[in-house]
Design a protein around this ligand. Structure first.
Ligand code: AMP
Ligand code: GLY
Length: 431
């Protein structure tokens, strides 16, 4: 069986890696892939834009591909899956309508209200004056979100009224382009954030292991938000009983809401949740794809072949699939970034030491790298994701950090406190 993975980040490297662990998968084509996928045996990069529906369809047909797995949200939001399905190609990822769940926060809020999914109270605005009036009535802290896709930069958690006011002005002055034409203003929630990535064939939905990300660049969760600086799975913050509540209160009603809108959603529904101090899960966002770096922590624990899950979703057979099998272990992924990220950073940095860092339980996923004439260099802000599996969290973290010690590139930066919330949780399970 051959597959196409669309995208070029650590998530896509992990997806291709996991597919190729199965003897049934003979080749993965990454469009466009990165230095890590270029080095993966039986994996081939094809230089083509992730949104080039015609090119991807041609590549799938010429190579007799069993399915296309789409990593990032942008091509899904632009209708890549619809275009491929119209050529009878199996696709793991929702069409343009379903992708609105991530591409429009106002649309997602409407769906959640209709489907009675627990989420932060919110109001939607199309002009600055009414938005400003609203935040003045509500007061801070409050959360201001550009409606559309803004590459992870559209959300401001405003601790003061002044911050909320500048965020509203920025969005309506066109800082995020059309993504900021509408603004969602949301109640500020406190509690631990958990990412539940679920797979669905549009009829049945099943969660993968819950994970936790680290959004902020600085240790102790300080500084600006990033794409994610590290993750681990599973998390004790979401024990099985709570995950069962997420299934019943969030995933199933959301799928029903999609069905009620006539949407055939096949792929990942990623619920970004906050577990409130009262212990209740509330949705703060939905994504229409695998999380990055959560995927780099979740997939190394998955024993069930990924292609079986993907094919079952594409062919609407998820209900008859046996329960997914997981390693009885923990995984941690620590992201190594270029100095300056998420602001300006250098590219083209030479990377060394990956081969010595890897072993049977440690894998280095490439996020922003390229391989050219045998030289591995950086191309992005997040450069590598170092993932390790071990019987427990502290050993998995220790393994990931000792692998990091063997990898060098100039000015590399990583957070040394990945997993700090679990440590806190272990010492104060109710907090
Ligand atoms: P998003 O891009 O929607 O994931 O939001 C980015 C980050 O903002 C989230 O990971 C949270 O840390 C934070 N955030 C979003 N919505 C809320 C909320 N209602 N209350 C508190 N924090 C939030
Ligand atoms: N790790 C956050 C995301 O994938 O959106």
């Amino acid at each position: 069986m051959k597959a196409i993975v669309v995208g070029s980040g650590g998530r896509e490297h992990a997806l291709a890696w996991k597919l190729l662990r199965s003897p049934k998968v003979t080749e993965v084509v990454c469009i466009p892939g990165n230095g890590g996928t270029a080095l993966l045996p039986n994996c081939r990069n094809v230089a083509m834009a992730e949104t080039d529906a015609e090119g991807i369809a041609r590549c799938a047909l010429v190579n007799n591909i069993s399915f296309v797995l789409v990593g990032p949200e942008q091509p899904l939001a632009q209708g890549l899956a619809d275009a491929l399905r119209s050529e009878e190609i199996r696709v793991f990822g929702p069409g343009k309508k379903g992708a609105q769940i991530e591409a429009s926060k106002a649309w997602a809020k409407d769906l959640m209200a209709e489907a009675n999914v627990p989420t932060a109270a919110a109001a939607v605005f199309t002009d600055a004056e009414s938005a400003l009036l609203y935040v003045q009535q509500q007061g801070a802290p409050i959360v201001v979100k550009a409606d559309g896709l803004a590459a992870g930069k559209g959300v401001t958690v405003a601790m003061t009224l002044d911050e909320a006011i500048s965020a509203i002005k920025a969005a309506f002055s066109g800082q995020f382009g059309a993504a900021g034409d509408r603004v969602v203003i949301e109640e500020f929630l406190t509690g631990q954030e958990v990412s539940v990535l679920a797979v669905t064939d549009s009829q049945t939905i099943r969660p993968l292991l819950p994970a936790q990300d680290h959004k902020q660049i600085g240790e102790g969760d300080t500084g600006p938000n990033t794409g994610g600086m590290g993750a681990y799975a599973p998390t004790p913050v979401m024990p099985p009983a709570l995950l069962e509540r997420v299934q019943k209160e969030v995933l199933e009603p959301t799928l029903k809401g999609l069905q009620d809108r006539g949407i055939d959603y096949r792929g990942v529904l990623y619920a970004g949740l906050i577990v409130t101090p009262a212990g209740d899960p509330k949705v703060i966002e939905f994504n229409c794809r695998f999380g990055d770096p959560e995927t780099q922590a979740v997939l190394p624990l998955l024993e069930t072949p990924l292609e079986d899950i993907v094919m079952a979703c594409c062919e609407q057979r998820l209900a008859s699939m046996p329960p997914f099998v997981w390693k009885n272990a923990a995984a941690a992924c620590v992201v190594m970034a270029a100095e300056g990220y998420p602001g300006d950073y250098k590219k083209g940095l030479a990377i060394d030491g990956i081969a010595t860092a890897e072993d049977a339980e440690t894998v280095v996923f490439h996020a922003g790298t390229r391989l050219s004439e045998g030289e591995l260099t950086s191309t992005g802000g997040r450069v590598l994701g170092v993932s390790a599996v071990a019987p427990d969290f502290s050993s998995a973290l220790a393994k990931a950090y000792s692998a990091i010690d063997k990898i060098q590139f100039p000015g590399s930066y990583y957070r040394r406190d990945i997993g700090h919330r679990i440590k806190r949780h272990e010492s104060a399970p109710d907090g």
